[in-house]
Design a protein. Structure first.
Length: 202
């Protein structure tokens, strides 16, 4: 375990807070707001699976024995019970689907196998959030959906334990993910009111 100091600076003055952390390196990454999460954008061009940046997006008929995903000039068409499966060797934390409507036909809905999914009432962005290495989106309802692009955020963020002690006030935050928000003991302390975080110093 190593000690690290947090410096608040205002009008040329500074005050230090002692933090006990697992790793100076992880804390430095946290302070810089960096992690190993990344977003990969996909532009579809067929009804086959596509792999990019270690992420695979594949399409299937699901339980629909009449209509499989099919590529038309306007884009990829998905019918009720058809599936879109996104998989990665790293945890997937967010997906944005850019759904389009097929002509005047009913705009179908969709559901996710895990995590939280929000589907638009008409054409627009469908958003998934959670933490999984594989997610399957299944088309529900009576109409088709059209999908041309999607964006997948995957990776793993650095996590640390932070303990802050100042003037008899102690607060601990466990498994914090970058970027880190200061505990109330620091952000609301009289000595640091309206002060800005300067940086980490060992």
């Amino acid at each position: 375990m190593k000690n690290t100091l947090l410096h608040c600076v205002s009008s040329g003055r500074q005050i230090s807070f002692k933090f006990l952390t697992r790793s100076i390196t992880l804390l430095m990454l946290l302070a810089l707001g960096s992690s190993s999460l990344w977003a990969t954008d996909f532009t579809l061009s067929s009804a086959n699976s596509v792999t990019k940046d270690g992420i695979t997006v594949s399409f299937g008929a699901g339980t629909n024995t009449s209509n499989s995903p099919y590529w038309a000039d306007a884009g990829l068409r998905l019918y009720p019970a058809n599936t879109v499966t996104i998989s990665s060797s790293s945890n997937i934390t967010a997906i944005t689907f850019n759904w389009e409507k097929q002509g005047s036909k009913t705009f179908a809905s969709a559901s996710a196998s895990t995590g939280t999914y929000s589907h638009p009432s008409s054409a627009g962005a469908g958003t998934w959030t959670g933490s999984a290495k594989s997610i399957t989106i299944t088309v529900t309802g009576s109409g088709p959906l059209q999908l041309n692009t999607l964006s997948v955020t995957a990776g793993s963020a650095s996590k640390i334990d932070v303990t802050l002690s100042r003037n008899g006030v102690t607060e601990t935050k466990s498994n914090q993910t970058s970027p880190y928000t200061l505990p109330a003991a620091a952000s609301e302390a009289d000595a640091c009111t309206d002060w800005k975080f300067k940086g980490w110093s060992t």
